[in-house]
Structure formats: C-alpha cells, structure tokens
Design a protein around this ligand. Structure first.
Ligand SMILES: C[S@@+](CC[C@H](N)C(=O)[O-])C[C@H]1O[C@@H](n2cnc3c(N)ncnc32)[C@H](O)[C@@H]1O
Length: 248
C-alpha cells in the first residue's frame, strides 16, 4: 500500500457512492457493511454514553435526529441502546439521497426509529426541533458552504446537544482502514470510499477552525473527531428541574 500525502486535506477527491449513476448493488452492499465498519471505527458506544445517555429520561421521550443517516445503522443503534438502558427515545434518520433512504426504510423495523428522505434544511424550514442532533461520517463529505449549512441547521434544530462524529485524518487511520477492510472490498465501495474519506477528512485543528466559535472538537482517540456545540445547554433538557431543586 502506498500512503498518500495526508499533510493537507484532499478537497477534490470524490467518493464513488456520491455518483448518482454508481452501481446500485455495490452501493447497497456498502450500506449493509456500514453497520459493521461503523461499530469498529466510529466509537458511538462511547459518544452515546458521554453525550446522549445523560439526556435520556425514563419518564419522557427524548427526540434524536441523525442527519445524513445513510443506511440508518446509527439511528437504529441509538434506539436499541436507549431501550436497553430503560430510557425513552424517538430517533429520526434523514438523508436526502433517495437510494440511502430507500435502503434504510426497507430494513427490519426497530421500535422508536423512523426515516425521512430529507435534507437538514427541509426540517429547519418546517420549524422542527429535536433534543439531540447527531451525525456520523457526514462532515468530510461536504464542501465549505455545505458544512456551514449543516452546522447552522443542526444548531437551529437542536434543543440541548449537537454531536457530529467523523474520521480524523492521519497515517495510522489510513493504514488500519486499508488493512482491515481488504476482505470487504469486493463488490462494494466500502474500502475505496473509506480511504477517500480519510483523505478528505479534517485534523482536529482544521475542524475546529472550519466550525468556528462556539464549537469544540473532542478526540475520543487519535483517529476520531467529535464536534460538539458548546452554546447549547449540553446535559440538560428544556423542562428539567434546575440543578439543586431536587429533594433535600
Ligand atoms: C457517507 S454518508 C454517511 C452515512 C451514515 N451516517 C454512516 O455513517 O454510515 C453521508 C450522507 O450524508 C448525507 N447528507 C449530507 N449533508 C446532509 C444534510 N445537510 N442533511 C441531511 N443529509 C445530508 C448525504 O446524502 C450522504 O448520504
């Protein structure tokens, strides 16, 4: 494997799955593989424990929006983890790509999950709000204006927390992904698009600069960026009793 020059972000590299005329069976195999690959590389179990579970309640439904949900595996996982923890959550996965939406919507249903074929700006225009807004592997996909739109939309849509998780560019991420996804490469875009994604992705400092004031980049481990909105209340939902008001 030849390591590409990862010192600068490759804004021009294009993922195969973004081609509207790409091979549909290969695209659908890629959506199917997202679940296993995300479980290994994306670290959402940890992000859920730190940033989503504190906002889940037993006595009221917490609403969660997964922006750019692709095959929908994160939306389904969040609903399953909430149920396992005895908390009530309603998760909506949106993606404006009809192919992604169609695939996600025809998977076996998971209680507390629904999917819509929509862009984040459509939901802002409808005046919708969610307690928590998340995304996975969306940031690196976007050019600067679309990144700005996503960040403005997620801030407008969220009441308490925004958490956008993405790859952090680096040589080890590239080497490990290249090695680990070799068995999955046949008839799928997973390996090639994953490597393109790493070339397109941000370092933590670049992402902090691109997001601007009011956003913070957490690094759960070296190959991961978690972009958090610092202007929202974080661990409190509207309607929660103020700290210190509990029984004495
Ligand atoms: C690589 S896919 C990520 C899929 C999934 N989240 C995952 O991790 O497997 C990125 C998706 O984000 C969607 N997307 C990009 N910007 C969006 C926006 N502002 N609102 C909703 N979806 C968006 C694209 O259509 C694309 O399907």
């Amino acid at each position: 494997m030849t390591l590409p020059d990862l010192r600068t972000r490759d804004r021009t590299a294009v993922e195969l799955m973004d081609d509207p005329d790409c091979d549909l069976p290969a695209l659908e195999r890629t959506y199917a593989q997202f679940r296993a690959v995300n479980a290994v590389v994306a670290g959402w179990q940890l992000a859920y424990r730190r940033h989503v579970r504190p906002l889940l309640r037993e006595d009221r439904v917490t609403t969660i929006l997964d922006v750019g949900c692709g095959g929908g595996d994160l939306a389904r996982a969040l609903a399953r983890w909430a149920r396992r923890d005895g908390r009530r959550a309603q998760v909506t996965g949106i993606d404006p790509d009809r192919r992604a939406h169609a695939w996600a919507a025809r998977q076996p249903p998971v209680p507390g999950v629904d999917f819509r074929c929509a862009h984040s700006s459509d939901l802002v225009a409808e005046g919708l709000r969610f307690d928590v807004v998340v995304s996975n592997h969306v940031l690196h996909h976007l050019d600067e204006p679309d990144l700005r739109t996503l960040l403005e939309d997620s801030r407008a849509l969220a009441r308490a927390r925004v958490a956008h998780s993405d790859i952090a560019r680096g040589a080890w991420a590239y080497r490990l992904f290249s090695w680990g996804t070799r068995p999955l490469a046949a008839g799928s875009f997973i390996r090639e698009d994953g490597l393109t994604s790493i070339r397109r992705s941000y370092t933590p400092a670049e992402l902090a600069a691109a997001a601007g004031p009011g956003w913070r980049v957490e690094r759960p481990w070296p190959a991961r960026n978690l972009l958090l909105d610092d202007e929202l209340p974080g661990d409190a939902l509207p309607g929660d009793a103020p700290a210190g008001d509990g029984p004495r």
